[in-house]
Design a protein around this ligand. Structure first.
Ligand code: NAI
Length: 239
């Protein structure tokens, strides 16, 4: 479980431990494996650290992430995209059950064809993005993560490992709070959901717990918006 120390990740850890599961958390601090997923070395250390503690894994959740407000937008892509995909790939050989990647409803703000990550051109695109760089990096990173998940369905399915994506809307966590206090605060506050409140970390954790478990045995390659209905409200004809 990456991003285990806070927010949605911490709620997933609590839900799994309540089920009697042994969980290996990966985070910058307060985790069984402390590693920095923003660097290639840190990602390798995370994979090696998990494998050192657990030879086989029943499940994997890649949840660590940075919000659009962080000062260096390149870090957003490193953690949200590479930090998720390289941990998925690194731990795939040890996985026996299912994995979930935590994307975001912000992924729909980019189309893959327009996503510079698809061409390896994100550095140049960020250099031209100006004040919206963090916002764009966040959307690109989550869009690319969902594509990476969908592109793995054949290989993972053949190995008997299910892989799905959860894409939350606005959820009350330290990440969202930091965004609200940043210059993106007004944009976040204007995000409307037909269920007129923000999500709770426990509500996202509940879906992830289900997707990891045996009752979700035929769910593979799917993406679940869990956003109080926002996506359906804003894009009723696109799905
Ligand atoms: P959070 O800030 O409470 O938790 C994120 C965790 O990731 C923290 O424990 C943090 O230390 C860890 N992390 C960040 N950078 C790291 C790095 N370089 N190496 C290792 N760990 C690192 O945030 P929250 O809201 O629980 O976010 C979890 C995931 O959910 C993220 O991927 C986020 O993008 C996604 N998400 C959150 C939404 C929200 O409204 N809170 C909405 C949509 C998606």
């Amino acid at each position: 479980m990456t991003g285990s120390a806070s927010g949605i990740g911490a709620a997933v850890v609590s839900a799994l431990r309540a089920d009697g599961r042994d969980v290996v958390g990966v985070d910058l601090r307060d985790a069984e494996v402390c590693a920095d997923l923003s660097t290639a070395d840190g990602r390798r250390a995370a994979v090696d650290g998990v494998l050192g503690l657990a030879g086989e894994l029943d499940g994997l959740v890649v949840c660590a992430g940075l919000g659009p407000h962080v000062p260096d937008p390149r870090q957003i892509i490193e953690v949200n995209y590479r930090g998720a995909v390289e941990v998925l790939d690194g731990l795939f050989p040890a996985l026996r059950g299912a994995a979930v990647a935590v994307s975001s409803s912000a992924l729909t703000m980019t189309k893959w064809a327009d996503n510079p990550i698809s061409r390896g051109e994100e550095a140049a695109a960020l250099a031209e993005a100006g004040e919206y760089a963090g916002h764009l990096a966040y959307s690109w990173s989550k869009n690319a993560l969902t594509v990476a998940v969908r592109r793995r369905v054949a290989e993972w399915g053949a190995a008997g490992v299910r892989l799905n994506t959860v894409a939350p809307g606005a959820v009350d966590t330290p990440l969202l709070q930091a965004g609200l206090e940043s210059r993106f605060g007004d944009a976040i506050r204007s995000y409307q959901a037909p269920i007129p409140r923000r999500g709770r970390p426990e509500e996202i954790a509940s879906l992830i717990r289900y997707l990891l478990g045996p009752d979700a045995g035929y769910i593979h390659g799917a993406q679940f918006m869990i956003d109080g209905g926002s996506d359906a409200l804003m894009r009723p004809t696109e799905f």
